[in-house]
Ligand binder design. Structure first.
Ligand code: RNT
Ligand code: ZN
Length: 423
């Protein structure tokens, strides 16, 4: 039997099985095709960026570990790697770019001086590839972030430098949104905090609120640009105090009408963001997710199809939040093939969404509201053995990307032909 025939046969049986349960599989795939995942550029070069040759992630309380060969050293290499990854990812998505990935034509440009021209080649590339774009100020790996504080620094010069960077980023993103016809989400994450116990927990937070208010003073049309703020529990070197804590940004986002960014690795180890979605969305119009996989700490492992990823997707779908949740990825593993890391993580995100779209949500809610928790538990278990794989294979064929068993061959070939030749 040809492979295509096998996929089709399995799909027909699966479809029938799901429809017995009250699930319209074709409708689920249509809805899935409309979801854009924001794919982060920084998996391709371990968060190095292109401000200068050989730049690497320094400071900022985050760390990429591993030295797998073949990381992208130039913009062209990163684009070529992204092209390869995108060939394996079904659907239409977005590129999430950090400001440090600017195209400066070989001349150093300070972060408070960046302009749209430094990102035009990225916008053009995204347009060609039919990708929307999201953007991020880069407030780390920089001499002015070296003592651990940026927007909440006590030093006026340092604070103002990062404020100017933030203002520049919003203007650039506005133009990205205008040119690409879809709003660009600008996510503010800063590493600010103390390694050891501080006396004053208040003043840095007041400074941060003021800095953000200054950055956001100019109103920008949400058709083009949206602002998000990302909290964190701790970082390397900021174990005792982080200015931008969850409560800080929750209050900030609610009071200022901004998006809150929930990063899966930025909470206590047993705390999960899947349970936070419905809480924060009771008070906020929209949020951003940084889907990541913390292993014992904010380790940013490649996202896999684990219980929490499934729970995140379930909450988005069951809560009918698809229009209000911007799904971004945030992982960076330097110990495996970086293109494969993108493919695995992004495909898993899409698989989790498909799984969630294949639930008989209304029926499940009815059972719960009737108080029949026995049936609820039984149904949860029944769902686990539904023929999801057949639907996923069919979706991949439909979207003209390789199936689970095939994409790795293409990536290995690319490693042989391209990545392996990078010294
Ligand atoms: C760091 C934050 C932040 C970064 C990226 C590179 O802990 O998660 O989102 O990972 O901006
Ligand atoms: Zn993050």
């Amino acid at each position: 039997m040809s492979n295509e025939k096998r996929v089709e046969n399995a799909y027909e049986i699966a479809k029938d099985r799901y429809s017995q349960m009250g699930v319209d599989v074709d409708r689920a795939m249509e809805r899935l095709a409309d979801i854009a995942v924001s794919i982060h550029c920084w998996q391709g070069d371990d968060v190095g960026g292109f401000e200068r040759a050989g730049a690497s992630l320094e400071g900022g309380g985050i760390q990429a570990t591993g030295n797998y060969p073949g990381k992208a050293r130039t913009i062209d290499e990163l684009r070529s790697d992204l092209d390869k990854a995108l060939e394996m990812i079904p659907g239409s998505h977005r590129l999430n770019l950090h400001a440090s990935y600017l195209d400066n034509g070989g001349t150093h440009v300070e972060r408070d001086q960046i302009e749209i021209k430094h990102f035009q080649s990225w916008i053009d590339w995204c347009k060609q590839n039919k990708l929307g774009m999201d953007f991020n100020p880069s407030c780390f790996s920089h001499p002015k972030a070296a003592d651990g504080f940026t927007l909440s620094s006590i030093d006026d010069g340092i604070r103002n430098f990062w404020i100017d960077h933030g203002i520049a980023c919003r203007k650039i993103a506005e133009e990205m949104g205008r040119q690409l016809g879809t709003p660009s989400v600008v996510n503010f994450w800063i590493p600010d905090g103390y390694k050891d116990i501080p006396v004053d927990r208040k003043a840095p937070r007041e400074r941060l609120a003021n800095s953000l208010d200054t950055i956001f003073a100019e109103k920008i049309d949400p058709k083009f640009e949206l602002d998000a703020v990302e909290s964190k529990l701790f970082g390397i070197g900021s174990e005792s105090y982080v200015t931008g804590s969850h409560e800080f940004y929750m209050g900030y986002a609610v009071s200022r009408g901004k998006l809150l960014c929930l990063d899966a690795g930025h909470y206590h180890p047993t705390e999960v963001i899947s349970d936070k979605l419905s809480s924060v969305l009771t008070f906020l119009d929209e949020i951003l997710l940084h889907v990541s996989r913390p292993v014992r700490w904010d380790s940013d492992h490649v996202v896999i199809l684990d219980d929490e990823l499934r729970a995140i997707a379930q909450q988005i779908v069951r809560g009918d939040y698809l229009d209000r949740v911007h799904i971004g990825l945030d992982f960076f593993d330097a110990s495996i093939n970086r293109v494969a890391a993108w493919v695995i993580g992004t495909r898993c995100m899409i698989k989790a969404l498909l799984l969630a779209l294949l639930e008989p949500v209304e029926k499940m809610k009815q059972i719960e509201n009737d108080g029949d928790y026995t049936s609820r538990l039984a149904l949860f278990e029944e769902l686990k053995t539904m023929p999801f794989g057949a639907v996923w294979d069919h979706y991949c064929v439909k979207k003209d990307v390789p199936q689970e068993a095939d994409w790795l061959k293409a990536v290995k070939q690319y490693e042989k032909d391209v990545l392996g030749k990078r010294a």
